[in-house]
Ligand binder design. Sequence first.
Ligand code: MG
Length: 399
Amino acid sequence: MDAGRKDSLLLPPPHAAPYAADDQRSQGRRHPETIQGYRNEYQRDRDRIIHSAAFRRLEYKTQVFVNHEGDLFRTRLTHSLEVAQIARSVARTLQLHEDLVEAISLAHDLGHTPFGHAGQEALHERMRDYGGFEHNLQSLRVVDLLEERYAEFDGLNLMFETREGILKHCSQAVAKTLGEVGERFLKKRQPSLEAQLANLCDEIAYNNHDVDDGLRSGLITIQQLLEIRIFGEEHAAVCRLYPRLQQRRLIHEIVRRMINRQINDLIDCSLQSIRDSGVRSIDDVRAQPKPLLRFSDRMQELHLELKQFLRAQLYRHHQVYRMTAKARRVIHEIFDAYMQDPLLLPADYTHRIEDRSAPGLPEEPQARKARVIADYIAGMTDRYALTEHDRLFNPKSPA
Ligand code: MG
């Protein structure tokens, strides 16, 4: 770090255990900055993320459903807030750095394309010859490079530990190109416990909320879900206590109990494995052969069962499939139109293609053009992508 906390107004975080991340012993920022007195460096990261353009766009990006399908469904923004809420409360119990956990949670989906996984797959197909497209890597690209807010650097210049947490997984080949943040994939080391926690809370959040949204949409039914053990068990418990509960409250009671059960399981198992491992510092955490935070084997099994159900019954539901097929076509067609004629892109992007000194882009001209186009498309919201598609292909629509 470039300065100490000695002469600042800051108190150390209230709950930090010795194995928690500590901004005072951080690997720091890529571009050194002076420390402000009134917030710690992970709070500062969290605030930068909230003020970023990519974060605001999450409001209009899909999780499973397309944004205009209904106002009650989760978007990437509400999903990210829910992940942060779950992760913060677990972090406090495990005595981890809450601000870092929150920053990672809020940033973890910044690189998602419009139209959820359908959008990502479509973009990956088009980028196959140019290094591919992966939302996790794109989230890092957004915070390292694509946000344009500061006079002195590209991106948000976040702390190492925040960037490390955003990069959940990564191939060896890509890791080699990422400098210090890629190193742990090459050396087979673990990320901080805060990063491990944000990752697990992401899973808790989306599995349970997809149950909730799935039921609300009518694409899956309570009857079907009764076959799934974790849902069935909580359903029985709620019905025993409240036999005449109206359906909406019944669903909410079940979902909140499922979430609580998973959180309790995660806390118990993780505390046990932290204790058993004897870790005394973040360096000890990094040197562990596998992540210390985890669910019990039984919960893992229940989780998997729920996941498989959602994949088969919701994500591959005929109606969802028809919508995602359309989304895929929209992304393909927009991409191809720009590739054929880059002058269709906004001037900023055409300049990036031409400017050989622009950072983070391949030298080879086709690959360079493709990456700039992928960055542009990945940043679009669902509705922006639909409008842009209309503008490009419908002669009656304004240019
Ligand atoms: Mg997520």
